[in-house]
Design a protein around this ligand. Sequence first.
Ligand SMILES: [Ca+2]
Length: 471
Amino acid sequence: MSYCGQSDVEAASRHQHLVLSPARPEAFRMDCKMLLAAVLLAVACLTSPAQAAFTCPKTAYAVENQNTPKCPTTLANDIKTQQTAADKVKADVAKAKSQMTADKQSLESSLNLEKSKRAAAATKVTGLMTKATALQTAATAATTAATGTQAAITNLKRQMQLLKQKVNSLEAKANAAKPAGTGTTGTTGTGTTGTGTTGTGTKPGGTTGTGSTGTGTTGTGTTGTGTTGTGTTGTGTTGTGGTGGATKPTHPQDCGLIHKQNPSKPSGLYSTKVPGETNFVITYCDMTTDGGGWTVIQRRKAATPSFDRPWNDYKNGFGQPMDSFWWGLEKVYKVTKGENFRLRIEMEDTQGLKKSAVYDNFRIDSELNKYKLTVGKYSGNAGNALMTHNGIKFSSNDQDNDDYIPDSCAKAYRGGWWYNDHCFDANLNGYYSDKNPTGSSGFWLPFNGYKGLKASAMMIRHMDYNPPKSG
Ligand SMILES: [Ca+2]
């Protein structure tokens, strides 16, 4: 304990000095005075209140309390502490800033990388799309080639059949040529006298002429060797009708008649009549080919319209007469019924080479007989491809009337036609491809095999009308 700033030791020291000095009266008097003063001081001290206790707060204390035993910390220290803390925060901020800058650069470089990746991917996609288009084109070409190959196989099969028939025929001939055995001498045959029928000719002007009765010659039997001879029967010749004025048309107005009435009329669309029909038909007349006067019944020169169509479309016709079209089987039947028409087919290959095939006595049967085709004598330079289609029914993608057992040729070749036992040697209505540079509408095998045609046209003209060929 201490009082008035004096420690217990100091007080004790003063008391000891007082006790140890009784032999000196001056000193004793001085000591008494001092003792009195001390007592007075003590009384004063005891009567004054004790100083209040001070506790140093941990923060924010006044300047006068700094650096005391109770508050050893100074504001300067506090500032230093704050400064240190601030420096630390500043360093942290700088560090964070630097990290952010680094992060930003990293993100930017990532972004640029992604951008370049994206650009590369876009280029790749474009490349792949180009490749896909090329593959698509190749696939289409392959399909076309496959169709051709299929037709080639069918044709080879047919050729093999023909060769087999030839071999059989040659074998039969070889057998016949073998030396004959010994037979009896044949007797002389006697032919009967033939009788001609009365001829009937159409007189120009419409009257009927009457021919004379023909007389047959007597047949003569040949003398057989080994076998008995037989006389042949004589045949009478048919009489011929008389002659008259101008030919009366036996069929209604068609391209031939229009041309005959005015040979200077140009090729184009005309109103024509079909026997048994009341309405006129808009028909394309070819007034230049081989003298003109041709009724065009088929034209193919583009991929549209499609020829992959059902029976009724082929029956009634489709397309535009100035472009690609099919006139209609019913019209062709009615026009050619009981008449002698000539069929002319004009073709052009993909190189621009043009050829034609002409058939006399062209007609088709009624719908009941599936518009069966009849063609007669062939002429032209494209080859006699329609010969194997003679007597063949018409087929469409919904009617398989062909002679090819395993499949529907109309479905396989995507067009209506008179398909035979190996589908075709000629087919002008098959799938038209315009994917290759020049296109192909069909086939005429003796012309250019399976290369395909760029264009074709089928036209008919009455065989009675033979206009003078111009040029
Ligand atoms: Ca079939």
